[in-house]
Design a protein around this ligand. Structure first.
Ligand SMILES: *[C@@H]1O[C@H](CO)[C@@H](O)[C@H](O)[C@H]1NC(C)=O
Ligand SMILES: *[C@@H]1O[C@H](CO)[C@@H](O)[C@H](O)[C@H]1NC(C)=O
Ligand SMILES: *[C@@H]1O[C@H](CO)[C@@H](O)[C@H](O)[C@H]1NC(C)=O
Ligand SMILES: *[C@@H]1O[C@H](CO)[C@@H](O)[C@H](O)[C@H]1NC(C)=O
Ligand SMILES: *[C@@H]1O[C@H](CO)[C@@H](O)[C@H](O)[C@H]1NC(C)=O
Ligand SMILES: *[C@@H]1O[C@H](CO)[C@@H](O)[C@H](O)[C@H]1NC(C)=O
Ligand SMILES: *[C@@H]1O[C@H](CO)[C@@H](O)[C@H](O)[C@H]1NC(C)=O
Length: 400
């Protein structure tokens, strides 16, 4: 606990990015069909620019992230969002960079054998994410301060899988500074990205206990004028297994097409290939979060989310679909704990991964050195005791 605290302090003080100040605006519209139009606009201002986050669960969960100049004004028309009409969202000046995401499908995968490969599933059922009922973005679900913002919503459905009080929980969050997320696997916030955390709780399956779940995601990226490639780039980087996420040795980045590391116009999705099977995350309670497809490119065929409505109007857009499934062979399937949680970050610019700061290196060195001194002292102590005892034994031997 103490060590974790120290790491958090070191990580937050080693931040070199500029802090962002947050403010939130909530938009409501209740549809006759009881679809709550939850739409939250989070404005994150630094001294140089503003990042606008738009979180919504309308029809399908989605996010828009847009970096603009400080004096750019945003106009939102809730009625146009509700009817998926063009012109629902306008920026008074062209954004400097933007990206978006829609969670387009929730799959239930059934297996014959102990397996976790989507290709071996004997049945794949699409649960109707569009028909989910979401609770209201209210003062209970939306927490917003100058420093951080989060929106936690619960989706339920009358699908059989949800009949046992099952829920699809979704948490959107932003922190205006560079720091590790408090929840596992502790992805890094920078103020330039938003975390999306998904919890699948108490879902049930009628026919089989051998089920797993998976998601299909659609990423929208803005293409630079010089970019003719429509494919996103998959980048897996090896990372050290840090204090925050023991046992996880890689990080996945999905980068916008023609992404360059120094390019502020690019965008990214990033996550660690792990999901948790319990509310208490640990190495034992983790399973794979597996990317099962390549970076293929598609187009928007039907507008199903707030993000799709916005991106459909823009030119030079790439749309990339991919699937992620949860679970590892031998984990007893979803049914064992009826719990899966997974987190990802989406943002503009470049993703930030955990790295050892000088302070941490010093801390580890001091720690190792004191351990070494401790061991040496211990060894000397026992050696001295052993020699003494030998002397005593000799003395005793003399006495007898
Ligand atoms: C956005 O701009 C279009 C075209 O200029 C306009 O028709 C629309 O009403 C604007 N939308 C908002 C929300 O102001
Ligand atoms: C959601 O919030 C809006 C605005 O506060 C309110 O009009 C509506 O009745 C609420 N809906 C539900 C289902 O609570
Ligand atoms: C669902 O939850 C409600 C309230 O928490 C409870 O009264 C009900 O018995 C639960 N239903 C099932 C099937 O667990
Ligand atoms: C966030 O974006 C700004 C540009 O708006 C950039 O200067 C800064 O370095 C970025 N921060 C991180 C941590 O990437
Ligand atoms: C899932 O079920 C467990 C046990 O019945 C209950 O404690 C928990 O609150 C439920 N979770 C949700 C999100 O309803
Ligand atoms: C159970 O299996 C039957 C026949 O294979 C199928 O029609 C039905 O949709 C399944 N139900 C669930 C909840 O998977
Ligand atoms: C995701 O999985 C579903 C179900 O197997 C499949 O229909 C779809 O084509 C997959 N999507 C991608 C991008 O591979």
């Amino acid at each position: 606990m103490c060590i974790r605290l120290l790491f958090v302090i070191i990580l937050s003080t080693s931040a070199n990015g500029s802090k962002r100040h947050l403010s939130c605006t909530t938009y409501h519209f209740q549809d006759s069909g009881n679809d709550n139009l939850n739409l939250v606009h989070v404005k994150a201002d630094s001294s140089k620019d503003t990042i606008h986050y738009i979180w919504s669960t309308y029809n399908l969960p989605s996010v828009i992230v847009s970096r603009t100049t400080l004096d750019t004004e945003v106009k939102l028309d809730v009625e146009k969002f509700r009817t998926f009409e063009d012109g629902a969202l306008n920026f008074s000046k062209n954004p400097l960079a933007f990206t978006g995401l829609t969670i387009s499908e929730l799959f239930q995968l059934s297996y014959q054998n102990d397996d976790a490969d989507i290709d071996n599933a004997i049945r794949i059922e699409r649960l109707s994410l569009q028909d989910f009922l979401w609770n209201n973005a209210s003062y209970e679900s939306l927490k917003c301060s100058d420093y951080s913002a989060s929106l936690e919503l619960k989706g339920t459905s009358d699908d059989k899988a949800f009949s046992n009080n099952g829920s699809f929980k979704l948490q959107f969050s932003v922190i205006g500074d560079e720091e590790a997320a408090p929840d596992s696997p502790h992805l890094i916030y920078t103020g330039n990205s938003t975390q999306i955390r998904i919890n699948l709780e108490n879902l049930s399956s009628q026919n089989s206990s051998r089920v797993r779940y998976g998601l299909e995601l659609k990423m929208f990226s803005h293409l630079a004028a010089t970019c003719s490639d429509m494919h996103c780039k998959l980048d897996t980087s090896k990372v050290i297994s840090d204090e925050f996420s023991p046992g996880i040795f890689s990080e996945i980045d999905i980068l916008s097409p023609c992404f360059k590391a120094d390019n502020e116009k690019g965008s990214f999705l990033t996550w660690k290939p792990v999901s948790y099977t319990s509310k208490e995350p640990s190495v034992q309670n983790s399973a794979d979060a597996k990317l099962t497809s390549t970076c293929s490119s598609t187009s928007i065929s039907q507008i199903q989310s707030v993000a799709e409505l916005y991106f459909n109007e823009e030119k030079n857009i790439a749309v990339n679909d991919f699937n992620v499934t949860f679970g590892t062979k031998g984990d007893g399937f979803y049914t064992k704990t009826e719990y899966t949680s997974w987190s990802l970050m989406i943002g503009t610019g470049v993703s930030v991964h955990y790295k050892l700061s000088i302070a941490v290196i010093v801390f580890i060195t001091v720690g190792m050195a004191s351990l070494l001194i401790f061991l040496v002292m211990g060894a000397i102590y026992y050696l001295v005791r052993w020699i003494r005892r030998k002397d005593d034994d000799l003395l005793l031997g003399d006495n007898s």
